[in-house]
Design a binder for this molecule. Structure first.
Ligand SMILES: Nc1ncnc2c1ncn2[C@@H]1O[C@H](COP(=O)(O)OP(=O)(O)OP(=O)(O)O)[C@@H](O)[C@H]1O
Length: 250
């Protein structure tokens, strides 16, 4: 049985009368890509915020690397966040900084022991990993949407996180670029041995990257399994509707 790096049990979270998470059970196993699917407003971001300690659950447990997040001290939370890389939907690059400086920034801020030469080496290596060595001196505005996504992922990867959280990694990209990003997500899992949660509405992304797929429905995971298990054998109408909406066959 694979080791769980994140273990969520009976987790609930409400905002006033709005019961967003209503008893969530989920494991993220070491070395897997787990895709979380769910309509807008179902609580995907809330769940991510609880995982990184930005919000606290009302009830239930959430353990990351075996430790309950809600009981961590501020120092422990900061240490945990360094092990979790969050790749934002909008890539979160600083427009006024070159690609090199965008990648240098998290190193200067978080890994104070590195020399300039060591940082340069890491920048070169991570750019090579995402296939954009030639972009090192470019500004974000000179990059395509897909390239910006790659640099955004590189910026997260440079701190060598053990867990990666991808928020809508293919949003706003054309299908061919989506495929490239999906390949990169798989490559990151294999090369960096990360365990990842991929939040998406894009079923092609889910199919290509998800070792397992989990569908959030009415505050709980309605189905968890391989893409085929979740969709091909879906008897649940709401899950089938999600599939039909994405794959328009007519
Ligand atoms: N801090 C907060 N205070 C009050 N309500 C909140 C707060 N954070 C989230 N919510 C509500 O919780 C619900 C779930 O929000 P969340 O952002 O997790 O959705 P989501 O599944 O990530 O949606 P999307 O796919 O559109 O990003 C929404 O109705 C939102 O308005």
């Amino acid at each position: 049985m694979a080791e769980a790096v994140i273990e969520i049990r009976k987790l609930t979270k409400s905002f006033g009368d709005l019961h967003v998470l209503r008893g969530v059970d989920l494991d993220l196993f070491k070395g897997e890509n787990l895709v979380v699917l769910g309509k807008s407003g179902t609580g995907k971001s809330v769940l991510i915020k609880i995982i990184v300690g930005l919000l606290t659950q009302d009830e239930g447990t959430l353990k990351v690397f075996g430790k309950e997040v809600s009981t961590l001290s501020n120092k422990e939370l900061l240490d945990l966040r360094l092990k979790i890389g969050f790749s934002f939907q909008n890539s979160a690059l600083y427009d006024s900084m070159s690609v090199r400086d965008n990648l240098d920034f998290p190193l200067i801020r978080n890994v104070k022991s590195l020399s300039k030469a060591q940082r340069d080496k890491k920048i070169e290596m991570v750019l090579e990993s995402v296939g954009l060595s030639q972009a090192i001196n470019q500004m974000p505005s000179e990059l395509s949407g897909g390239q910006r996504k790659r640099i955004g992922i590189a910026r997260t990867l440079i701190l060598e996180p053990e867990i990666m959280l991808y928020d809508e990694p293919t949003a706003g990209l054309d299908p061919i670029t989506c495929k490239d990003i999906n390949d990169l997500i798989n490559q990151v899992r294999d090369e960096y041995r990360t365990s990842s949660i991929v939040i998406t509405h894009d079923l092609t992304c889910a199919k290509d990257t998800g070792d397992r797929v989990a569908v959030l429905l009415d505050g709980q995971f309605g189905a968890v399994g391989t893409f085929e298990e979740v969709f091909k054998e879906a008897s649940e109408e709401r899950i089938q509707a999600f599939y039909d909406y994405n794959f328009i066959t007519k």
